[in-house]
Design a binder for this molecule. Structure first.
Ligand code: NAG
Ligand code: NAG
Ligand code: NAG
Length: 409
């Protein structure tokens, strides 16, 4: 508690107006971050079958282009990771923000915000209060309701017959799950481009593994807690708390230098790339973490500890009601029938080569493409300052080569 008060006081000491001038995006909403660099931004409501209303942004074309019906601008749906929102794709200047890079490469960009995150907190009838039914969801609902509705919305808005899918981290496993449970969506997806691809995260290292140790050890308490409290929000976006931390990371105080921040990122995601820009820590941390449900964390812990991608194991009665059997059924990856590209890094502690070999390779029947990015950890794909050259331009090249009459870059 005393630490908390200290941090809030610190924010005051740092002269808000100066801090805002230094890190303007740390004080902005997602859509203003897109507009600040001169990109066109549109906002769409994605309404799911179970009543959630999700913000989806569109960047219809790049900075230097105009709307142009005489050339081809294929749609890309970008789905974000756990604990972040779509802002993970545009937290940097245009040269190193994935969404901006791909818009400038001639694509029509759609950025989904999943339910429960900062920009996915609306519902037709429920409110996101503590313990509300609003929070009773996991990746099962995010795949089967959020992602299917988002794909349909992209096709409706653009009039195109299919869209590319880009997922990062949680967004990659959502791509697999969506197609495994809804094979009719194979015809609506051109290919899956999976960045930091999640198998089951069975081989995770660092702080997450430590967390799992406690999850296993305290399982009876976790089960009791879940029964008593139901599902609720975890790790909401609190810029007033995390932004000052980010300001510290820039070297704001003499006795807590940037090393501590490197260590934090290191233990969460693996050693940061040399091109990780710690000067932007305040911006990054004011848009992360972003909220999810406690059930979702439990479901992910289930995947990791069992090493299998199954639906949420509620309890025998609830499983019977939902699935018609007492155990949760696995996602059938044999139903996935689109080309798959994996972009992965050896320094990535959350999703890595062994994880890909353990679950993705044996279960996927399609040929795989993609590339290894040496020296990248889990978050570098989205925010390292050389990510255009290492990840996104090669990906854009693959997509551009598949399309005729592409709009010029
Ligand atoms: C690193 O972050 C600082 C602060 O936001 C920014 O001014 C600078 O342009 C960034 N560097 C690169 C290479 O993106
Ligand atoms: C999984 O899907 C494949 C192909 O769509 C099908 O042949 C197979 O029977 C399914 N497996 C199960 C266990 O349902
Ligand atoms: C529209 O696209 C075509 C083909 O790429 C190009 O020749 C033309 O200059 C573009 N027009 C505008 C207004 O950008």
């Amino acid at each position: 508690m005393r630490g908390l008060i200290f941090l809030i006081a610190l924010e005051g000491l740092l002269q808000p107006s100066r801090a805002e001038a230094e890190d303007p995006e740390a004080y902005m909403d997602a859509i203003d971050m897109i507009r600040r660099w001169g990109y066109p931004a549109e906002l769409y409501d994605v309404v799911t079958k179970d009543g959630y209303i999700l913000d989806m942004y569109r960047i219809p074309h790049g900075r230097f282009a105009e709307a142009n019906s005489s050339c081809n601008r294929p749609a890309i749906l970008m789905v974000h990771g756990m604990g972040v929102t779509s802002t993970e794709y545009f937290m940097n200047p245009p040269e190193s923000s994935p969404a901006f890079i791909l818009a400038d490469q001639g694509f029509d960009i759609f950025l989904l915000n999943l339910r429960g995150t900062t920009y996915g907190k609306r519902h037709m009838t429920l409110t996101p209060d503590f313990g509300s039914k609003f929070w009773q969801y996991t990746v099962d609902e995010q795949a089967n309701y959020d992602c299917t509705a988002a794909i349909d919305k992209v096709l409706e808005v653009t009039g195109q017959k299919s869209t590319y899918w880009i997922g990062n981290s949680l967004g990659t496993i959502l791509g697999f799950m969506t197609l495994a449970d809804n094979p009719e969506y194979n015809s609506k997806i051109k290919s899956l481009h999976q960045v930091g691809p999640v198998g089951t995260v069975h081989t995770v290292k660092g702080l997450t593994r430590f967390g799992l140790f406690w999850y296993r050890t305290l399982k009876p308490i976790v089960d009791w807690y879940r029964k008593t409290l139901g599902s609720h929000e975890i790790l909401p976006q609190w810029p007033w708390l995390y932004r000052p931390l980010g300001q510290l990371c820039k070297g704001g105080l003499p006795f807590l230098g940037p090393e501590i921040c490197y260590d934090l990122f290191f233990f969460l995601m693996g050693p940061p790339a040399k091109t990780f820009n710690m000067s932007r820590a305040a911006t990054y941390l004011s848009h992360f973490p972003c909220g999810s449900s406690s059930w979702n964390f439990l479901h992910l812990a289930q995947l990791v500890t069992r090493g299998k991608v199954e639906h949420m194991d509620h309890n025998p009665e609830e499983n019977m009601r939902r699935y018609g059997q007492v155990t949760p059924p696995p996602y059938n990856y044999s139903n996935i029938d689109v080309p798959i590209y994996l972009y992965w890094g050896r320094n990535d502690w959350d999703t890595n080569g062994p994880d890909i070999e353990h679950y993705i390779l044996p279960n996927i029947r399609k040929d795989l493409g993609g590339l290894e990015v040496p020296g990248y950890n889990h978050i570098d794909f989205a925010i390292a300052t050389d990510c255009a050259e290492k990840v996104w331009n090669p990906m854009a090249e693959i997509m551009r080569n598949e399309n005729n009459r592409m709009c010029e870059r």
